[in-house]
Write a protein that binds this ligand. Structure first.
Ligand code: NAG
Ligand code: NAG
Ligand code: NAG
Ligand code: NAG
Length: 411
């Protein structure tokens, strides 16, 4: 190709990107009408607080009656009675750890404490709703890390999504666990970088999935790294949302709100921190429980998924990283911003990876049951660790410096 052709292509590409950016901008400033509608929604979302706390950063945490939380606005949960704890708790296999687990009970600023019979939730603001609209319009309404979603979902626009994960799709999955290494990658205002652990079930158009982990997402969480959750019962179409932006998740913890700031984070070639997450289906009720550092945070009731899978377990488990960037910008770093080959202390990891089988027994996945996946190996990689002389039995190193634009590598 000669020089002038290159220039023409570059100009065309620039025009496309500029047009796309303009279209996004145009769709994201809400009208007065839309603002009024959002204010009405806020009244429904934020339940009356029995106690309320404002942090130095300006976030508000409310203690609300456990029986009157947003989840019960969901039509399928009208007759649901709150489960205070799971009836079955997985006996995960303990492993030697080489880094420090953070204590989820020490995440909120001192002095925040909710009375008996209440749960703690982050108050949603008008800004939060405007930002979540913007997230949708820029193309990141949901994390899309499961490989078959990316390969089968041809009609879905996945431009700007990149992932590097380890996936288990060998047999029934009644739960997953892993220690997610904590990092605080730099992103621009419209970008996202996350670490995830997920379960899923069904073909793309009916995909039922729950994912949990940490996320840097200025639109959703302003700054730094926050605990995030996302669920869908229909392939990210009509159901599901982050955290408690819509009815679904039943919070039981008075101490760990969804969306809470996570700290401390790991230092390159220094101290490594991780959080220990477990997601499992209760053997009696069928609800999907989130447990963080041994503390019950809450659950997604089985009824959310009736007719769409996840009622009788999942068939996919996934661990790793994902980033999103509008195609007008170079994609951000994933994990520590370094490739897996740098190893412990430098590359991001998820260790102690296990699954819960259909009988509720914890298993260390066999080597042939998991596979590493990279959507764009020029920018992000994932590496499965299964050697006995590594610090862990099963783990995945993932991440990279980014710098991709769409499918192109700019490195
Ligand atoms: C709730 O219970 C009432 C009375 O038993 C019943 O008519 C209704 O269908 C139930 N709703 C749901 C969503 O299960
Ligand atoms: C933990 O480390 C000790 C000492 O290095 C070793 O003997 C033991 O087998 C390890 N346990 C596991 C589950 O790897
Ligand atoms: C999303 O849901 C709508 C209405 O339920 C349906 O018409 C549409 O085909 C669905 N889209 C996808 C991609 O499944
Ligand atoms: C990592 O830390 C060690 C010991 O502190 C030091 O010798 C080494 O030069 C550091 N490596 C990098 C790449 O920073």
């Amino acid at each position: 190709m000669d020089f002038s052709n290159n220039i023409v292509i570059l100009i065309l590409l620039t025009l496309v990107l500029v047009a796309e950016a303009a279209a996004h901008e145009w769709r994201t400033i809400p009208s007065e009408e839309e603002k009024k509608e959002m204010e009405r929604q806020l009244k429904d979302i934020n339940k009356p607080a029995l106690k309320s706390f404002k942090t130095e950063k300006g976030e508000i945490f409310d203690c609300i009656d456990i029986q009157k939380q947003l989840a019960f606005d969901h039509p399928l949960l009208k007759n649901h009675s709150v489960q205070l704890k799971p009836t079955s708790v997985p006996k995960w296999i303990s492993s030697n750890k080489t880094s420090q687990k953070i204590d989820p009970l020490k995440l909120l600023p001192k002095g925040i404490s909710c009375p008996h019979g209440t749960v703690i939730v982050k108050k949603i603001t008008l800004q939060d709703l405007i930002h979540s609209q913007r997230l949708k319009s820029i193309g990141f309404n949901s994390p899309r890390h499961l490989r078959h979603v990316l390969t089968e979902g041809n009609d879905i626009d996945l431009t700007g999504h990149h992932f590097a994960t380890l996936e288990y799709d060998y047999s029934r999955v009644a739960g997953v666990t892993g220690n997610l290494n904590l990092w605080d990658p730099q992103v621009s205002h419209d970008q996202v970088s996350l670490a995830t652990m997920a379960i899923g079930q069904g073909p793309i158009e009916h995909l039922a999935s729950i994912s949990v982990g940490w996320m840097v997402n200025p639109l959703l969480y302003q700054d730094h790294i926050h605990l995030y959750t996302y669920w869908t019962a229909d392939g990210y179409n009509k159901t599901g949302c982050y955290d408690i932006l819509c009815p679904g998740f039943v919070q039981v913890s008075k101490r760990i709100p969804l969306g809470v700031l996570l700290h401390p984070v790991s230092v390159y070639n220094g101290t490594q921190y991780e959080m220990d997450l477990s997601l499992h289906q209760d053997r009696v009720t069928g609800d999907w429980w989130l447990i963080f550092g041994g503390v019950n945070v809450g659950y997604w009731p089985k009824s959310l998924f009736i007719g769409s899978g996840l009622v009788k377990g999942a068939y996919l488990g996934s661990w790793g990283g994902q980033v999103y960037s509008p195609t007008t910008e170079k994609s951000p770093g994933m994990g520590s911003g370094h490739f897996p080959k740098e190893g412990f202390g430098k590359a991001a990891f998820v260790n102690n990876i296990q699954i819960l089988d259909g009988k509720g027994k914890a298993l260390i996945p066999q080597i042939y049951t998991v596979e590493a996946h990279e959507s764009n190996p020029n920018c992000y990689k994932s590496k499965f660790i299964h050697d006995d002389d590594e610090p862990w039995i099963r783990a995945v190193y993932y991440g990279g410096p980014g710098g991709c634009i769409g499918k192109l590598s700019m490195n």
